[in-house]
Design a binder for this molecule. Structure first.
Ligand SMILES: [Zn+2]
Length: 63
């Protein structure tokens, strides 16, 4: 289950949000704004994965 990172457009706070089910919408933990922008998490691999656009058929092998 991927953790997504978001940045609030209002107060610029950055936070991680774990989307558990469809329909879950992140809100800023500071100001409760729903105007947040998703950032692409680079997971914990070095170099960052170009995972924009969702999963590829690449197996997520060990880092
Ligand atoms: Zn905020």
């Amino acid at each position: 289950m991927p953790v997504y990172e978001y940045r609030c457009e209002k107060c610029k706070a950055e936070f991680a949000f774990l989307k558990i089910k469809a329909g879950d919408e992140p809100v800023c933990p500071k100001c409760k704004s729903a105007q947040v922008t998703k950032k692409i998490s680079s997971f914990s691999c070095s170099g960052g994965v170009g995972a924009f656009g969702g999963m590829t058929s690449h197996g997520s092998g060990g880092c």
